[in-house]
Design a protein around this ligand. Sequence first.
Ligand code: PLP
Length: 412
Amino acid sequence: MSSSKLTKIMNDDKEFLFQNYGERLPVSFVKGDGSYLYDQDNKKYVDFLSGIAVSALGYSHPAYQKALHGQIDKIIHSSNLFFNQEQIETARLISETSFPGKSLFVNSGTEANEAAIKLARRYGLGIHRKKYKIVTFTGSFHGRTFGSMSATAQDKIHGGFGPIVPGFIYAPYNNRKAIRKILKNDKHIAAVMLELIQGESGINVADADFVREIFETCNQKGILTIVDEVQTGIGRTGTTYVHQHFNVTPDILTLAKGLGGGVPIGAIHAKNFLAEHLPYGTHGTTFGGNHLACAAASAVLNEVKKKQFVNAVDASSTYIFDRLKKIKQKTGYIKSLRGMGLHIGVEIAEEGKHLVKEALEDKLVINCTAGNVIRIMPPLNINMKTLEEGMDIFEKLILKNGELYENTSNKL
Ligand SMILES: Cc1ncc(COP(=O)(O)O)c(C=O)c1O
């Protein structure tokens, strides 16, 4: 039953906003605390979504809030025309936690990938003359602006927009042979761009051999590697960046989501030799890396870089996977478990949209992607008590739906 407050919000949404997000879930969050969210009627929910891998430190984190309040009291924005110490500090922290290099700040994941694509093409054309193509993979998701949308190898994302940006080659994900062939035969490839765990298409983890093949071949042939860590970066998988799990270092790393902990910011971080290929006049943004966004990002990175922080992510991950494995043993409704750290996918036997709604009624926030993969991505610092509370709700939900599903399937 929706409250009168919610009914008004729903009506106003229809009147004043584009309806491009389809049917929104019937709740409007007004407050957060720890890993709990509170709705318009002050009802409390366990957050297993983090605003789609954004609220890395949950809500009301003391150091994060202090950094933001402090920055708001000083200055929010000046311009990229001026030096910016908060920006320098965030870039330094990214270098410290990933690999030595230089950063360029933007405002979102799609913009980060857009910048990476421009850098790769300008480098490929400038240094090697005819290299401009970028290989991406089936099932990828890189964003919604024209370059990133074109990099995204999914027809449904391109539909209705006319010609997309040329120069992308779509290769099958996790297919070693296919990528070997493409990289061997095409002399015009500037870069290979990939997610090491595909988030939007169902938490598909890359095979170690496939990743090794790409990095070895690219290094041999002077082809750049771009790892899109918009979703997997900033501690989400139990290391600061997912490429560290795979023991590879990309030439270009793209970040957003968790980087600002909720304040919009994106970044590319590239090895030093690349930075000169986006000289003055080639790229920029008014807001990118402003004082407030970088104060937020530095506060997040200062927490995430602590050993005990990622250790806690590992402990929470182990707890969730243990519980999920036990639930899976009780029901055939769960088809597979995927992911790393707190970037978890639960593949179920049917479309999962209705489970998201039912979970919300039970005061748990989850998400479903790729039709039948329930995503569990709580704040990275979720405590055991909240985790247990969320998993109890999730277990009941899965077992109830599993039973219903089996009964219906048996009758057919
Ligand atoms: C891997 C990846 N890249 C890029 C994006 C686009 O980021 P944004 O929505 O901030 O533009 C997303 C968003 O889900 C993503 O998961």
